[in-house]
Design a protein around this ligand. Structure first.
Ligand SMILES: Nc1nc2c(ncn2[C@@H]2O[C@H](COP(=O)(O)OP(=O)(O)OP(=O)(O)O)[C@@H](O)[C@H]2O)c(=O)[nH]1
Ligand SMILES: [Mg+2]
Length: 287
C-alpha cells in the first residue's frame, strides 16, 4: 500500500468489517505507557499529524516537552479516527509493583479514561477503585498496549528483566503482545534495543523520529513510520477479532489476574515491612 492507501485504510477502519462482526466492540484504544519523558505524548502528536490532510500545519494536541519527563499526569484520550483513540499516560519512574499494578488495571479496562493517574500503594484503595469500575463496566473497547521507549536512555539488567515480566503480563491481559515504539531513532543505537525487545518476545518493533515542536520536517519516510505502525496495530486487532470473544468472560479473567497480582504485591510489601521492623527491634535491643 502506498501512503494514501495506508492513510485511507486507517482513517476508515471499522470493527464492523471484522469476519465475526464487531462482537460488541466499537472502539480500538491504543494505550501508551513507558518511562518518564520517553516520547509518549509526542507519539500521539505524530500519529495525529500524519492522518491529517497534507496541507494542515503541525500542532501539538498532547502537551510534550519536559526532557526528563513528568509532564503528563493524566490518562488522556485523543480520538484519531471514528474507531481509533490513542490514550496518553503518566510516565512510570520504575516498573515496580505500584506503577505496573495501575497499568494492568488500565489494560483490563478497570480505570475510566481522562482521569489523573495515581499509583495506589494500598490493597484496599485499589479494591475500592475496582469496585467502582463494576458499577459502570466497559466492555466495548479493544485495548492495544503500546510501550514507548527512547533509545537515548540505557537499561540495567534488572530493569530489562522487569520490563520483560511486565510486557508478558500485558500480553496475558490484552491478548496482544505490546507493540514497541522506539523513539529518538536518530539519537541512539536503535538496533541494539530492537534486538533486546525482540529477545523479550516483542513481535512488532518500530523505530521512529517523532514530529516535535522543534523538528517537524516532513519526509515521506517519516510519515510512513507512523502509518505503518498504526496499520500493524490494526492487523493485530483483526487477528484478535477473527476469534469469537466473549467480552464479559474476558473481563472476568482480567479481574482474576489483577486480584492475584495485587494480593501477591501486598504480601511482598508486608514481608518487607516486617523484616524492616524486625531489624529495627534487633538494633534497639542491642543498644
Ligand atoms: N528528537 C526527538 N525528540 C523527541 C522524540 N520524542 C520525544 N522527543 C522530545 O522529548 C521530550 C519528551 O517528550 P514527551 O513526548 O513529552 O515525552 P512523554 O513520554 O510524554 O513524557 P512525560 O509525559 O513528561 O512523562 C520532548 O522535548 C520531545 O520534544 C523523538 O523521537 N525525537
Ligand atoms: Mg507526556
Amino acid at each position: 500500500m502506498n501512503i494514501d492507501q495506508l492513510k485511507e485504510y486507517i482513517r476508515f477502519y471499522t470493527l464492523n468489517k471484522c469476519p465475526q462482526g464487531n462482537q460488541g466492540f466499537n472502539r480500538v484504544l491504543l494505550q501508551l505507557f513507558g518511562y518518564l519523558g520517553h516520547g509518549k505524548s509526542s507519539l500521539i502528536n505524530s500519529c495525529k499529524y500524519v492522518l491529517q490532510d497534507r496541507d494542515t500545519e503541525f500542532t501539538m494536541i498532547a502537551q510534550s516537552g519536559a526532557a526528563d519527563g513528568g509532564l503528563t499526569m493524566e490518562r488522556k484520550s485523543y480520538q484519531l479516527t471514528q474507531t481509533i483513540t490513542m490514550v496518553d499516560n503518566r510516565g512510570c519512574s520504575t516498573l515496580n509493583g505500584y506503577e505496573t499494578g495501575e497499568i494492568y488495571a488500565q489494560l483490563g479496562n478497570f480505570i475510566p479514561l481522562d482521569q489523573k493517574v495515581e499509583w495506589t500503594k494500598e490493597f484496599e484503595e485499589m479494591m475500592n477503585r475496582l469496585e467502582g469500575s463494576d458499577v459502570e463496566p466497559t466492555f466495548t473497547d479493544i485495548i492495544v498496549p503500546i510501550f514507548v521507549y527512547s533509545v537515548k536512555k540505557d537499561l540495567t539488567d534488572a530493569e530489562t528483566q522487569e520490563i520483560k515480566t511486565f510486557l508478558t503480563n500485558c500480553r496475558n491481559i490484552t491478548g496482544i503482545f505490546p507493540i514497541i515504539v522506539l523513539t529518538n531513532k536518530t539519537s541512539g543505537n536503535f538496533s541494539k534495543f530492537r534486538d533486546l525487545f525482540e529477545g523479550m518476545g516483542a513481535e512488532e518493533i518500530f523505530a521512529v523520529e517523532n514530529f516535535t515542536e522543534e523538528d517537524h520536517f516532513e519526509t515521506r519516510g517519516r510519515h510512513l513510520q507512523f502509518l505503518n505502525m498504526m496499520y500493524k496495530v490494526l492487523e493485530d486487532v483483526n487477528f484478535k477479532m477473527q476469534k469469537k470473544i466473549d467480552p464479559k468472560r474476558e473481563r472476568a479473567k482480567h479481574k482474576i489476574f489483577l486480584l492475584t497480582f495485587l494480593h501477591k504485591r501486598d504480601q511482598q510489601k508486608n514481608v518487607k515491612e516486617n523484616s524492616v521492623l524486625n531489624f529495627k527491634q534487633v538494633r534497639v535491643g542491642n543498644y
